[in-house]
Structures are given as C-alpha cells and as structure tokens.
Write a protein that binds this ligand. Sequence first.
Ligand code: CMC
Length: 374
Amino acid sequence: MGDEIKKGLMGVTVDETSISKVMPEINSLTYRGYAAQDLCAKCKFEEVAYLILNGDLPNSKELKKFEREEKKERKLSKSLINIIKQMPKKSHPMDVARTAVSVMGLEDKETTDNSQKANLRKAMRIFSKTPVALAAFYRLRKGKQIISPKEKLSFAENFFYMCFGRVPNKDIVKAFDVSLILYAEHSFNVSTFTARTITSSLSDIHGAITGAIASLKGPLHGGANEEVMHMMNKIKKPENALNWINNALDKKEVVMGFGHRVYKSGDSRVPTMREYFGKVAKIKNDKKFEKIYDIVEKVMIDKKNIHPNVDYPTGPTYHLMGFDTDFFTPIFVISRITGWSAHIIEQHSTNKLIRPLAAYNGSQHRQVSSIEER
Ligand code: CMC
C-alpha cells in the first residue's frame, strides 16, 4: 500500500494565504477580511483591486494615485496592436488574452525582476492593458475600428466604451463593476494554483498569468459562464426549461454554473450577482432569462441539492449587457488579474517549489531491445 492519493488535491491544504478566505462564521467569501458583498455595496472595483493587491482599502489619495497609474498604462504598443490585428478573427478571445499577456512579457522592461515592487508595477501594466487588448479584438473581428481608451472613464466604463463606443447607464455599469468585484479573487482555485505553481519555479508574472488564463478557459472553471449562456440559448424559452433540466439530469449531464469544490450549500457570491442580474433584466425589459434561471435553479436544488455558483448569474447578465458569449470568460480574466497578481507576489515572498509526488502505475522495469528485435 502506497500513500493515499488525493485526486484533484481534494481537501489538501498546500500553503497559507492572507489574500482571501470563505469565512464560515459569516458564510461569505472575504478579501483581506472584508466580505465580498459588503465591498460590492460600498466600493467600486478599483478600490477592491487596490485592496487585493496592497492588502488594505485605499483612502481617497491612495485611490486617486492608483487610478492615475491604471489610466496611464492603458496604451498598447504598436507591435501588440499589429499582432492583435493579425490574429485569426475566429480565435477564442481567451486565447487572444493569453497571447496578449505573453507578448506584454516580451515587451516589459522589468520582465526578469521578480521583486515585490517590480511585480506590483508589472501587475498594474497587465491589469490596465489586458482589457484594452481584448476590446481591440472585440472591434476588429467585427470589422470595426479600434477605439482608444479614454482617461476620464473608470475601469468598467472604459471597457464598455472601448467595446461598444459608448458607456451605458450607471446601473448597468454598477452591475458590471459588481461582477468584477465578485470575480476578483477566490483563493487556491485552478487558475490561481496554476499561477502559483508557475511562480514557484521562480518564473515571472507574465508567464504565470499567461498560464492562469489558459487554466481559467476550461468549462469546469471560468469557461462555465459561457456554457451557462449556451445552455440558456438551447432552452430558448421558459416553457422549455422544466423538461430540459429534467432530461439533462436523467441523462446524468453536468449542468454548467452549478456546484463548487468549496461551497457545498451555496456560493456566497450568488445572491449579490442574482440581484444585479435582476436589475439589468429590468432595465433591458427582458425577463426571459430570469425565468429560465429560476426554473433550472429550483430543480437543481430540489432534485440534486446542488446550488448555483457565480458563473450562473454572470452569464445571462453579460448577455443582456450586449457582450458576445465568448467574451464572458475574458471579462472574468480582466478582474481576476488582481487576485492572480496578489498570489504571485505572495508566492514569491514565501516560495517553496511546488512539486508533488505521483503513485506510479505503469510497467515494471523492462529491458530495452534493439530496434531490429522489436
Ligand atoms: N451538474 C450535475 N451534477 C453535478 C454538478 C453539476 N454542475 N456538480 C457536481 N455534480 C455532482 C457530480 O456529478 C458528483 O455526483 P456523483 O457523486 O454522483 O458522481 C457530485 O455532484 C460531486 O461533484 P464533483 O464533480 O465530484 O465535485 P468537484 O468538487 O470535483 O467539482 C465542479 C466541482 C465545479 C467541477 C463541478 O461542480 C462542476 O463540474 N460544475 C459545473 C461547472 C461549473 O459550473 N464550474 C464553475 C465552478 S465555480 C466558479 C469558477 O471557477 O468559475
């Protein structure tokens, strides 16, 4: 008998972190000790980004400085713009984000400096430029002109502006901002653990975030928000929802946007995002997806006791905001860059090479015969 195998590292504690925690006593995800839903109620995304990266909420002077730096870094190099122009229009925007961050690593003057100060500066550049690269691709693949970022706009407003050429009403922007806050950080999830693993060999932040983006793309992780929309589009109308979900469960299908490795009785981010999904549906005067949402959720809880995760409400919310479905996970990226960066910095400061063991189940020792004998 060898050591016990913990497939998927389920239940294994691999390191310490001071960045976030699901606190059972308040039944909530917390960033640096603050409940995510309280941050949604009282802060804008930039304040939360600052909190995650720096450990504390900013005062107004610190926030102004942080926002100034973010705005200053929004410009892309000519060569990155040219690379984005040459990308196949059918590319998945997650692959565009992954490639864009990788190119930023080629161009960054501090790529090889892994000190905390340099990492914070590089994190700011990646945070600031990635939405610009994604919005450029959003426009180009539709045959439209790229829209340059506007300094007077907030992070969220600017993303809408660069994609659509206009900023929507403030309640839509707030719903988007809330989704960014809820997506910003979630401890040792797959993509963050990927980033930390890459960092543990003393590699750099651009490489770690490039790997994290690849990891987030998968449908069991960030890709789930896109899958939720595909599911809702297949269901088409509320009248079909009950049959569709019963049928899916009879066929033992995995229903996207439900279940979680950590939360077993409900993702604490969902009630907040569900509320903002409702607000956006009301503004857009489109209740179809809300009705489908409620029917599928009720059956999943009644029949399987499996609750929705945050990707369930964000999917239809982004759809109602006008984003193409394959841009939902890239929106997750532009927010999670904050959490990944904080973890990369934490990993560098307390590093131990991540190198687990495996139980070998292949052939026993064999003799190598010459090629003529095989
Ligand atoms: N639909 C149907 N059955 C499910 C689902 C689901 N979404 N999630 C879990 N189950 C069942 C699963 O089939 C298994 O049943 P059994 O014990 O009979 O084999 C049981 O619940 C335990 O599930 P698991 O897959 O072993 O649990 P896990 O902790 O390994 O998986 C998960 C967690 C998120 C991968 C899984 O719930 C899942 O595949 N969900 C759908 C994809 C999804 O929404 N991902 C987003 C995750 S959260 C936010 C993010 O990271 O973006």
